[in-house]
Each structure stands twice: as C-alpha cells, then as structure tokens.
Design a binder for this molecule. Sequence first.
Ligand code: IP8
Length: 268
Amino acid sequence: MSELVFVKLGGSLITDKAKPLCARREVIASCAGAIAQALSGGTQLLLGHGSGSFGHPLAARYSTRRGVRSPSEWFGFAAVAHAARLLNVLVIGALLEQGVPAFPIPASALAIARGGELRSLDCRPLQEAWEAGLLPVTYGDVAFDDEWGGTIISTDQLFAFLAPRLRPHRIVLATDTDGVFEADPHRFPGAKRYQEIRAGECQAVLRQIGAASGPDVTGGMADKVRRMCELVRSMPGLRVQILSGHVPHVLAAAIMGRATEAGTTIVA
Ligand code: IP8
C-alpha cells in the first residue's frame, strides 16, 4: 500500500494576497509539477488549497465566517463560493496540464458545519476518486452551518477533520514562507524560524507568531499552527511539515517523505 499524504498549497503561496482575485499562475504551475513528480513516485495524495485573494476579501466583506442570515449575507455566501471555485479551476487546470487527473472535491457540497467547526463530511467521493486513479483536490470553501446558517471552512479545518478518518502518513503545508517564524519574515528578514515545534510548546509559539498579511478570515499561520498541534497531539505518529512551496524539488521531496531540513516540522 502506498503512503497517503495530505498536501496543501496555501493561499498566500498561490495568490497575491495584496491584490483581489490575483493568482500566481507560475507558482501554481511549478507546484503542479512537484505534485506530478510525487505522484509518479507512487505517493497517494489528497491535495487541498487555500483561497488567498479569491475567497478571503469577499468573505471579510460579507462576514461570512461568523454566520450567514440576511439576503445580502447569503449573496456573499454565493459570491465567496464562486471566487473559491475560480481559484480551484486554475489549480485543477495546471494539474491537468501536467497530465495529472485532478478532480475537484468542493467542501460546500459535502460538508456541514456547526458553530464554525466541521461536523460532517461525506468521505465516499474521496475514496471513489482514489479508486478511480484520480487526484482529489479540495479547498477552503463556504459550508452550510446548523447553528449559524453558513460559514467558511478552511483547508486546515478540512485536513484536521479528515486526518483521524483517513490516517495520512504525513501532512505537508506549502506556504509563501519557509515555515513558521517568530515574526513575518517578509517584514522582518532577520526573524528566527522554528525548525521544530512540539505540540506541548504550542501556546508559547502562538504568543510569538505575527498576524497574517492581507485579509485572512480563517486565522492565518497562528490558526494553522494551533490546529496542527492539536492534531499531532491526538495522532502522535503524524508529522506535519510547513515549508515554502517556491522550490519545486524541495516540495516534491517533502511530499515523498525524503528527509529535508526545509521549513518547520510539527510533532507530538
Ligand atoms: O484559505 C478559506 O480557506 P483557507 C476559504 O484554507 C475561503 O483558510 C473561501 C475564504
């Protein structure tokens, strides 16, 4: 049986977060190449991607993350879903260009949330996709919510929900920076990188990490670190690596489980 790996292409990596609806097509293409390489090495993948400057600015404008009630908020819900899907179309297109049979799995069609947290998600389409030899590609999306009407579900939430059910060997989160830093390395080039974060140190790390640059309704790096620390605590064998997606051969190596010093590793 080949190893199952969850891979996320972060929204800050594949879009320009400073410019609404601005995809970094050349980055998407080079990540698609890394994914094609990892797949040809026999790794089984669930790919997810963030929403960056597609879903987040609209979700911020309509406060979609905090619930959806009025007609104008429902309009926003539909508009956010559309923007998130537009980016997914670009990611899927880049993978198809590489000969990878990428298949979209939108959380909005399969998931139900309660109070902003994922409550159910039908995993069968994922299993069917793998059995058919397809690469399932999910993404941060809107979801109906039992308490709030609607909300936003991030890719990190999807991975945290799916990991205990599908038991991946590792999770690779590709971002715009080479891991987790004490401060935003784009603004503070001397900022120190964490090579490893132990789940028990999570609170101290969270106090250090800077806020996301550009609108991010799902909490940016801090929320990612918090969720991944919780996850490895409940699945102690699991290894989460957060690293730059800008160097395709390093990304491919991380996905294939080859030892690399890149980025930050989160362990129990
Ligand atoms: O970029 C957020 O997902 P993320 C999804 O994975 C939307 O945090 C639509 C804002």
